[in-house]
Each structure stands twice: as structure tokens, then as C-alpha cells.
Design a protein around this ligand. Structure first.
Ligand code: 5RP
Length: 223
């Protein structure tokens, strides 16, 4: 028996519960995805002066609500960045990029003092990469070369057909990686020529996870 009717209700509950961790006023970094979309709809309550968006889709949704989208070059730093995740572990390392926005998400998160991750409990995993393939954003001409390097790391790369990122690049989804050391693997994959970035967020992980479970909201911190 769950407190919530479905997964969307959980995502909405996580978004609602995250509000108290976000600054009133000021400029907020905003992620991408269905969970964050629930949060964006609540943002008018925070009376922000603006937001830095991690994707075109998020920028459009913010603008529809009358929230000014600010160029990151005009911002010295952010008090907080809020985003969902495809997977998150007990150290608050994440896999992100299911929505192909990983690079801009990583960039915006990098200037924030606090990363607030909002998820339903289906995203909480014992080990990253077991179920969700790891997305990598790649410069188009390097697609095959990067895929071959990924095979030497033990992964099974799959080109995400028909997807072009906001930066004009492509996505390779890597299946069957044994991600025992997320920090090390994030660095290793980012060092492959042609990789823009990969979807492991361990170098800059979440500071708090607001998790919607069948029994209600749990705030979890890194073990
Ligand atoms: C987009 C992302 C999203 O945060 C991630 O895919 C989670 O999305 P959702 O909230 O729709 O499950 O990394 O690139």
C-alpha cells in the first residue's frame, strides 16, 4: 500500500518537499526532466529573480510561467541547483542524461553551492548502472571511436537514434558497465577524445536527495 496513487504523484511530492531547500528570491539553477517539470510549476512561490536553465525544454517551461531565464555567463554562482536523476546511490552519486541534457546539467550544477536531487524511490539503487545505461554525450565525428573505447572498458555501447542534444551532439548509451568506482569511471570516460561529458555525477554529486517513497518523503544525505 502506497501513500501515492502512482509514480507521477511521487515525483510531484518530491518536488513539493524540495521547496524548503531552495532559496527564496535570487537565481536558481534548474535541471531537466519530468520530475523537475513538477517543480518548475511550483517555482512562482519562490519569487525568484531568475533561473539558469539546463536545457531548451526547461527554459521554455520557465518562460511560460514568467520566470526570467538568465544566461549563465551573467551569473557569478548559484545558491542551489535542483534536478532529478535516472539513478542515485547511497553516496548520492548519480547517473543522469536520460533526457539527453547531461552536459548542461553538469555545467549549471558546477556553479551551485548545493545540489538538491528530487526523485521517486524507483531511482534509488544499490549500484549505479545495473539497470539504467550510462549516457555519454559525444561529438558526432567521434561516435564510432568512442564506442570502440567503451567496449575496451567492458561496456556495450548503443547509439541513441534520432537524438541531437541542445549542443548539437549525439548520445551513446552504455549498457552492462560494472560501475564499482563512479568517481574513477567518470574521469576515465571524460578523458576519451570526443566525449563531451558522461552521465556519472560523482565528481559533483548531490548534497541532499529528497526521495518520495510509498511511506512519504525521506531526506537522505551521503553515507
Ligand atoms: C535529463 C536528466 C533527468 O534528470 C533524468 O533523466 C530524470 O528524469 P525524470 O525526472 O524524467 O525521470 O538527467 O538529462
Amino acid at each position: 500500500m502506497s501513500l501515492y496513487a502512482n509514480q507521477d504523484a511521487k515525483k510531484q511530492a518530491a518536488a513539493q518537499a524540495a521547496l524548503k531547500h531552495l532559496p527564496q528570491g535570487g537565481i536558481l539553477g534548474v535541471g531537466t526532466g519530468s520530475t523537475v517539470n513538477f517543480l518548475i510549476d511550483l517555482l512562482p512561490q519562490l519569487e525568484l529573480t531568475g533561473a539558469v536553465a539546463s536545457s531548451q525544454a526547461t527554459a521554455e517551461r520557465l518562460e511560460k510561467l514568467g520566470i526570467e531565464v538568465v544566461d549563465m555567463n551573467q551569473v557569478g554562482g548559484l545558491d542551489a541547483y535542483v534536478d532529478g536523476a535516472d539513478e542515485i546511490d547511497r553516496h548520492l552519486n548519480m547517473i543522469k542524461g536520460g533526457g539527453a541534457a547531461l552536459t548542461r546539467e553538469k555545467i549549471v550544477a558546477s556553479i551551485a553551492k548545493k545540489f538538491v536531487c528530487i526523485v521517486d524511490d524507483s531511482k534509488w539503487v544499490g549500484q549505479l548502472g545495473h539497470d539504467f545505461p550510462l549516457p555519454i554525450e559525444v561529438i558526432p565525428m567521434a561516435r564510432s571511436a568512442v564506442a570502440r573505447k567503451i567496449v575496451t572498458l567492458g561496456g556495450d555501447p548503443a547509439y541513441r537514434e534520432g537524438v541531437v542534444t541542445d549542443n548539437g551532439n549525439v548520445i551513446i548509451d552504455v549498457h552492462n558497465l560494472n560501475i564499482l568506482d563512479p568517481l574513477e569511471l567518470e574521469r576515465t570516460i571524460n578523458d576519451i577524445p570526443g566525449v563531451v561529458t558522461n552521465g556519472i555525477f560523482a565528481l559533483n554529486k548531490a548534497d541532499i536527495a529528497v526521495v518520495a517513497t510509498d511511506h512519504g518523503i525521506e531526506e537522505r544525505f551521503a553515507e
